[in-house]
Ligand binder design. Structure first.
Ligand SMILES: C[S@@+](CC[C@H](N)C(=O)[O-])C[C@H]1O[C@@H](n2cnc3c(N)ncnc32)[C@H](O)[C@@H]1O
Length: 303
C-alpha cells in the first residue's frame, strides 16, 4: 500500500488537473483498453479517406491516429496539455488543439465526422457537451461516442468497484453518463438515425497486482475512492480485489478480464432535410480561436 500513498494528493485534486497529473498513468494503463475501440468508433462515424475528423477528448490520440491512417484529415482536441503531450509523442505530426469539448473553438459544421471516445462522462455538462460536438458536424456528418458498459460487464473497472462496495458498503459514484442514455443524448442534440452497439472482448492483464497498480495510477472514480480511504480500509479493499481477480486468473497468473464498451452514433440532418435544419455559422461559434478555425477551414477547403 505504501507505493500508492503518493497518489493520495492526486485523487483529491480537481477533475481538470487530475488529467494533467495522471496523464502518464492513464496512458500506460488505460490505453490498452481504449485502443481497441478506436477503429470501431471511426467506423460508427463513417470515417473514410477524405473525411475531416475532430477527435474530441482525444487523450493519447488513438482514434485520431487511426483516422489519419485511413487518409482522413484530423484534429485531436483535449483539455489536458499533458494528454496532448502523450498524443504528440505517439505522432509528432498529429494536429493538436488544447480545447474544452464543451466550448469548442471551431466553426459550426466544420467536420464531416466527430468522435469522442470515453470523453462524455468527464464533461461538466454531458448533454450540453454532446450538443456542442453536434454543432461541429457538417450537415450529413456523423458523431460517434463511446463509454464503458455497466461495471458488471466492464470488469476492468467493475472489479475494483465491486471490491469497494463489498468492503465499505458504498459503491463508487456511477458514471455521469450511463450506457443506456447514450442514444438519448445524441437524439437530444438534434441528431438523427441514432444507433448503438456493444463491443465485448476478453483482455489479458499480466497479473492481478498489475491490474491493481494500473487502476490506482489512473484517474478513475473507483481509484479515487480507494485513495481517500484509510490505510486499513485500503488493505481490505485490495485483499477483496485480489480475491475477485483470482476468479478470472488463469494457471499462468494472467487475469482474463471481460471488457465491454458501448458505442453510439447519429447523423446531423442534411442542410435541407425534412426538419428545415439551418447550419450554424462561424460567427455563432463560441470562443473561436484562430488556430482551430484556421485548421477547420483548411480541412474543409482540402488545401
Ligand atoms: C477517458 S480519457 C479518453 C481518452 C481517449 N479518447 C481514449 O479513448 O483513450 C478522457 C479524456 O478526456 C479529456 N477531457 C476531460 N475533460 C475534458 C473537456 N472538458 N474537454 C476536452 N477534453 C476533456 C481528458 O483529458 C482525457 O484525455
Amino acid at each position: 500500500m505504501s507505493a500508492n500513498a503518493g497518489h493520495r494528493g492526486q485523487a483529491e485534486t480537481s477533475a481538470g488537473s487530475v488529467w494533467e497529473l495522471q496523464a502518464g498513468g492513464y496512458h500506460r494503463f488505460f490505453s490498452q483498453f481504449t485502443m481497441p475501440v478506436a477503429r470501431p468508433l471511426l467506423d460508427a462515424a463513417r470515417v473514410t479517406a477524405g473525411s475531416t475528423v475532430l477527435d474530441a477528448g482525444a487523450g493519447p490520440g488513438h482514434a485520431a491516429r487511426a483516422a489519419r491512417a485511413r487518409g482522413a484529415r484530423v484534429v485531436a482536441a483535449d483539455l489536458s496539455a499533458a494528454m496532448l503531450a502523450c498524443a504528440r509523442h505517439a505522432d509528432p505530426l498529429l494536429p493538436l488543439v488544447r480545447a474544452d469539448a464543451g466550448t469548442l473553438p471551431v466553426a459550426g459544421g466544420a467536420f464531416t465526422a466527430v468522435v469522442a471516445g470515453f470523453c462524455l462522462p468527464h464533461l461538466a455538462d454531458p448533454a450540453a457537451g454532446t450538443a456542442e460536438l453536434a454543432r461541429a458536424l457538417a450537415p450529413g456528418g456523423w458523431l460517434a461516442v463511446s463509454i464503458w458498459d455497466a461495471p458488471a460487464r466492464a470488469r476492468h473497472t467493475g472489479l475494483l468497484a465491486d471490491a469497494i462496495a463489498d468492503v465499505t458498503g458504498t459503491p463508487p459514484p456511477t458514471p455521469a453518463v450511463p450506457a443506456g442514455r447514450l442514444r438519448e443524448l445524441l437524439q437530444a442534440a438534434g441528431l438523427d438515425h441514432a444507433e448503438c452497439s456493444t463491443l465485448r472482448w476478453v483482455h489479458p492483464v499480466p497479473s492481478a497486482q498489475a491490474l491493481w497498480d494500473g487502476l490506482l495510477a489512473s484517474p478513475v472514480a473507483a481509484a479515487a475512492a480507494v485513495l481517500r480511504a484509510t490505510p486499513a480500509i485500503q488493505r481490505r479493499i485490495r485483499e477483496r480485489f485480489l480475491t475477485l481477480a483470482a476468479a478470472l486468473t488463469d494457471a499462468g497468473g494472467t487475469v482474463r478480464l471481460p471488457v465491454s464498451a458501448v458505442i453510439s452514433a447519429a447523423q446531423r440532418p442534411p442542410a435541407h432535410g425534412p426538419r428545415g435544419y439551418r447550419p450554424t455559422t462561424a460567427a455563432s461559434a463560441p470562443q473561436a480561436s484562430g488556430l482551430m478555425l484556421w485548421l477547420s477551414r483548411k480541412m474543409l477547403s482540402g488545401s
